[in-house]
Design a protein around this ligand. Structure first.
Ligand SMILES: Cc1cc2nc3c(=O)[nH]c(=O)nc-3n(C[C@H](O)[C@H](O)[C@H](O)COP(=O)(O)O)c2cc1C
Length: 204
């Protein structure tokens, strides 16, 4: 059950990337994760079957191994990450340093791989999982949990598949969500470009 008194609009505007304010000392009850996953399963599916899978990692040794792969991935991205503003880099580094301490790591996966597919087929596969990922993040926020959508570990997707026993040839990992209770529950909405600069009415 939700524990925060947030309107739907507040939930949508304050579900932010949480890294520094994850409470690493507070355990997360498995039943709360299951509630969030049940809600995530209500996201749109392509209609010919639900293709999503979620690996929930809580075992300390597995989290440590995942964090090592995550660290290696971020390190290998090097220059690519340098375009990111320093405040976000600082926060991202904090996650690198503490990922193994985050009580729950979730890897949302999808049946099918997108390499060499048409844009239409790629879009169908990615869109069969990312709405569910966002639903999970919203449900988590409503329960006082913080998450951050990360993709860096996918540099070592194959190694992660081996670690977790994921059948790589037919199951694609899409992201990694660290999940923990947040320190404090107040979060601000993000500063965004004005709507007019990103909306195109009737033509580009
Ligand atoms: C597609 C995508 C991939 C991301 N990958 C990572 C990541 O690998 N590591 C990380 O720390 N944050 C990652 N993030 C989180 C962003 O860095 C974070 O959202 C950023 O701080 C911008 O904040 P905002 O989402 O509040 O605008 C990712 C976010 C998105 C949407």
């Amino acid at each position: 059950m939700p524990i925060l008194d947030l309107s739907i609009d507040e939930l949508l505007t304050t579900t932010r990337s949480v890294r520094k304010r994850l409470d690493l000392a507070r355990p997360v009850e498995p039943v709360v994760i299951d509630e969030c996953l049940e809600l995530a399963l209500q996201a749109p599916s392509p209609g010919y079957g639900e293709l999503w899978h979620f690996i929930v990692v809580t075992d300390p040794a597995q989290r440590e191994a995942l964090a090592t792969l995550y660290r290696k991935s971020v390190h290998s991205l090097g220059n690519e990450a340098s375009v990111i503003p320093s405040k976000i880099q600082d926060s991202a580094q904090h996650l690198v340093d503490h990922l193994h301490e985050v009580p729950v790591l979730i890897i949302p996966c999808i049946e099918g791989r997108t390499e060499n597919l048409s844009v239409m087929r790629q879009a169908t596969i990615w869109s069969s999982i990312m709405p569910a990922v966002w639903s999970f993040m919203l449900a988590a926020r409503s329960r006082g949990l913080g998450t951050v959508l990360t993709t860096a570990h996918l540099v070592y997707e194959r190694e992660t598949a081996e670690l977790l026993g994921i059948p790589y040839e037919r199951i694609m990992q899409t992201s990694l969500l660290p999940v923990a209770y947040t320190q404090g529950t107040t979060f601000k909405s993000a500063a965004r470009k004005p709507l007019a600069s990103v909306v195109h009415r009737d033509h580009w």
